[in-house]
Design a binder for this molecule. Structure first.
Ligand SMILES: Nc1nc2c(c(=O)[nH]1)N[C@@H](CN(C=O)c1ccc(C(=O)N[C@@H](CCC(=O)O)C(=O)O)cc1)CN2
Length: 345
């Protein structure tokens, strides 16, 4: 994390007009059970209260429950047909945060019995070298999923690289064909991007109904905001996307029953922007100065948690909310891929 951080205040500041705060920080960057979503028979980890009592949506424990489910499925597959799912991870460059995420993905694979392969390429690698690795993994039958850790060094064309991953192994769900299918009624992507998939999975497992609800997604990145909005509308929510050019974002956000915040701006969403009883999924992972922490910083979300817990009915914490779900969904997508290739139900 620390290599790429910028710091802001650790409290939910209020001196700037909110629309200005939003403009100053322009953002970077479902459906059916066949895609791996929980269906109604899955026992929820916790049930949302129908009264106004507040719930913390515990992504860490939901992710652990999902990893346990995957462990059981991986061993059933290995014992029945002798196949072990395999994930190949390509890391280019020396960003500390990316190296940590890749290490955690490898550890997570190990913990559920999925094989993992890793290609570590130096910062000054060429696009062609990355494409060669992808081509090798595309042709390797022991590899069921391929992931290129983002962001890539700035001299590389991200689209060229993501387009080269075979759609059948695109466990990140970033290939334009997978994203395009997500946007089309009646078409199913082979994979749904992990972070937005994790957001929806949290709503399902906490029995938050989506159908007919007003949802607002804050941020329109290709890897979170846009797919999250598409997933919500596939589940029959009425969806608005709030972005850096939206005027009066507060007014729109205040109408939402469900808020997915994915803008990368610490504490941007204030308590006064939240409709009483709304459910909040906070995707932001923002470092803010914290002299009391040994690292000198702590992580906070895009939503001011201390204010949100007083008004929302449920909120994901940061850390321990959406983050752990991202890796759980990656494991799930890798398992889905292996099952699909080997016709294993
Ligand atoms: N190819 C991809 N690149 C990136 C993705 C992705 O899904 N695919 N997402 C992010 C990074 N990411 C996974 O790669 C990721 C981010 C955060 C977490 C997480 O568990 N966060 C913890 C806090 C971690 C900490 O203490 O530093 C949490 O929120 O609890 C997991 C995965 C960008 N790149």
């Amino acid at each position: 994390m620390a290599s790429s951080v910028f710091f802001t205040h650790s409290h939910c500041y209020s001196s700037k007009p909110s629309s200005l705060v939003f403009r100053l920080h322009r953002q970077v960057g479902l459906g059916p059970t066949s895609l791996g979503f929980s269906s109604s028979h899955v026992a929820p980890v916790a049930v949302m209260a129908t009264d106004s009592s507040f719930k913390v949506i515990d992504g860490k424990s939901v992710a652990k429950q999902i990893r346990d489910e995957i462990t059981a499925e991986v061993s059933r597959m290995r014992e029945s047909i002798g196949v072990i799912p395999g994930l190949a991870v390509i890391l280019v460059g020396d960003r500390k945060d990316s190296a940590t995420y890749v290490r955690n993905k490898k550890k997570a694979c190990e913990s559920v019995g999925i094989n993992s392969l890793e290609a570590n390429l130096p910062e000054n690698s060429t696009e062609e070298e990355v494409l060669n690795y992808i081509a090798g993994y595309n042709d390797d039958p022991s590899v069921h999923g391929i992931l290129v850790q983002l962001p890539l060094p700035s001299h590389m064309n991200e689209q060229n690289i993501l387009n080269a991953v075979r759609i059948e192994k695109d466990v990140d769900g970033f290939h334009p064909l997978n994203i395009g299918r997500l946007a089309m009624r009646g078409r199913e992507p082979l994979f749904v991007p992990c972070t937005p998939k994790g957001c929806i999975e949290l709503l399902h497992r906490y029995n938050v109904s989506i159908k007919g609800k007003r949802a607002v997604v804050i941020g329109r990145s290709n890897i979170v905001g846009m797919p999250a909005a598409l997933l919500l509308q596939r589940e029959d929510a009425t969806v608005s996307i709030v972005h850096s050019r939206t005027s009066n974002p507060e007014e729109i956000i205040r109408q939402a029953d469900i808020i997915i915040a994915a803008v990368g701006q610490a504490n941007m969403v204030r308590g006064s922007w939240i409709k009483p009883g709304a459910v909040i999924i906070d995707v932001g992972i923002n470092p803010v100065e914290d002299p009391n922490s040994p690292r000198g910083y702590k992580l906070v979300g895009d939503v001011c948690y201390e204010e949100a817990i007083r008004i929302a009915s449920a909120v994901t914490p940061v850390p321990g909310g959406v983050g752990p779900m991202t890796i759980a969904m990656l494991l799930q997508n890798t398992l889905i891929s292996a099952k699909r290739v080997h016709n294993f139900e």
